[in-house]
Design a binder for this molecule. Structure first.
Ligand SMILES: Nc1ncnc2c1ncn2[C@@H]1O[C@H](COP(=O)(O)OP(=O)(O)OP(=O)(O)O)[C@@H](O)[C@H]1O
Ligand SMILES: [Mg+2]
Length: 247
């Protein structure tokens, strides 16, 4: 069997809250293979961002294991996490997170700078990445000179520049009008067809339905894991084979 690119083994993320505790992730096990296009969907507070932070090595589980490409990354320190992020992960956020004082090209170069590439390599890769999102001609512009959709494409170019194993997108269309949002989704589909592994986080069922596979979370648990047929996943709030036991 192929080693999964992402594997959660009974992952918990628990926050102490006074006398009680919040189970932001309440025992999630799942696997994602290389080349999949997965959407993690759920309502507000269901645990999506917590999941994304763990997948993206921005946080570690309270208990359980996270294996990234077969390697247990559940207990890394900040430096180790940062190194894995640079090598393996590309992030796309709702608010683009572009740095206003840097040009478009410099924004795309930033993760490559952190990764220790030479200036020439940074420039070559950044421009190639901007070419892929159709924005090479905007390389010398500043983010505020671009439309929202263009800024999101710059953030996609930045995510792609380091040639990551996984592209993680948290509500990537959240700040965009529906037409521009559709374009961004089309672009993610194109990246998937080219062989990229994509994990898309969203609260919106119709957006999740664009992925190839859907995991639905509710109260920190997986309540659906399967095909992206909206009639199957949109309303599930408990796992069918959970708790009651097999009859
Ligand atoms: N640092 C924290 N301390 C305490 N509780 C937290 C913390 N982070 C998240 N939580 C709680 O964990 C649960 C899951 O939060 P999370 O941010 O993962 O939800 P979400 O699905 O991303 O929601 P949204 O769609 O609103 O972004 C929520 O009940 C939240 O209040
Ligand atoms: Mg969230």
């Amino acid at each position: 069997m192929m080693t999964p690119l992402i594997e959660f083994r009974n992952v918990y993320k628990i926050y102490p809250m006074g006398d009680t505790e919040v189970h932001a992730i309440d025992g999630i096990s799942m696997q994602v293979q290389k080349g999949e296009f997965l959407a993690i969907v759920g309502q507000s507070g269901s645990g999506k961002s917590t999941c994304m932070n763990i997948i993206g090595c921005l946080d570690v589980p309270t208990s359980g294991q996270y294996l990234l490409d077969g390697k247990d990354v559940s207990h890394m320190n900040d430096d180790e996490q940062a190194e894995i992020r640079n090598k393996k992960l590309g992030f796309i956020f709702q608010q683009y997170n572009l740095i206003p004082k840097l040009t478009v090209q410099q924004n795309v170069e930033l993760p490559l700078l952190y990764a220790g590439l030479s200036e020439r390599e940074q420039a070559e890769r950044a421009l190639a990445s901007l070419e892929r999102v159709g924005l090479r001609d905007k390389a010398k512009n500043f983010p505020n000179q671009l439309s929202g959709g263009q800024q999101q494409r710059v953030s996609i170019a930045r995510a792609l520049a380091g040639n990551p194993s996984i592209i993680l997108a948290d509500e990537p269309t959240g700040a965009l009008d529906s037409k521009t949002g559709k374009e961004v989704l089309q672009f993610l589909k194109k990246l998937h067809k080219e062989g990229n592994t994509i994990v898309l986080i969203t609260h919106d069922n119709t957006i999740a339905a664009q992925a190839e596979r859907v995991i639905r979370v509710h109260d920190g648990r997986v309540v659906y894991d399967g095909e992206s047929d909206i009639s199957k996943f949109a309303t599930v709030t408990y796992a069918g084979d959970d708790e009651e036991g097999d009859v």
